[in-house]
Ligand binder design. Sequence first.
Ligand SMILES: Nc1ncnc2c1ncn2[C@@H]1O[C@H](COP(=O)(O)OP(=O)(O)OP(=O)(O)O)[C@@H](O)[C@H]1O
Length: 232
Amino acid sequence: MFLQVEGLRKSYTSGEVTTEVLKGVGMELAHGELGVILGPSGSGKSTLLNIIGGIDRGDEGKVTVGGVDISGLSDSQLTDYRRERIGFIFQFYNLIPTLTVGENIEVVAQISQSPLGIDQVLKAVGMLDKKRRFPKELSGGEQQRVSIARAVVKNPALLLCDEPTGALDYSTARDILQLLEHIHKDYGTTILMITHNAAISAMANKVYRVRSGEIVETRINDTVLPAERMEW
Ligand SMILES: Nc1ncnc2c1ncn2[C@@H]1O[C@H](COP(=O)(O)OP(=O)(O)OP(=O)(O)O)[C@@H](O)[C@H]1O
């Protein structure tokens, strides 16, 4: 199994209060699959994604990605893992405002082991003609396209998306989901995506429903709905 999470626990302590955010999470995702994590606010979705992506660490349990047990990595090995194998897409794009679209992609390509071509990924997200623009000159949907290109240019083994359409209007959100669907198909990238929106789970191979730090349901979709046919 490409991604395997077993008995993952995580607590945060602030002052005298300890909150158990993940209470023994287990999940699996095969290579090339698209998984969706559904759940209410505060249920632990981002914490789970951040641990899988090597941004954060669990307290207990095991996370294996592409045969590597990341729970056993040193800090510098975890940084290399994150840089070389993981692409992140966030709700609020996080582009560098002082760099052009092309430069935002280039800084990531430069530190990647086997990057794709900058123009190739900009073309794939429909932003090649805006290569010399700055992020503030773009709409939210366009900025998210650039952030997808930035995540994809490193040719990541795993693409992690945290509410990628959370800040977008309905039709732009559907465009972005269609784009992620194309990336998934064209590049064969394994994708794990967090959403509040249950309708989006129709495009996934696997759906994990999270409640209060536990996966309460794992569903396998035999039929995957194309993003252009999803409605909510
Ligand atoms: N660094 C931190 N320090 C303390 N508490 C944290 C930290 N990160 C997350 N938490 C707490 O852990 C819980 C789960 O947060 P998390 O962001 O994983 O949930 P979520 O399901 O992604 O929520 P949302 O959908 O609102 O983003 C929340 O109660 C949050 O306040």
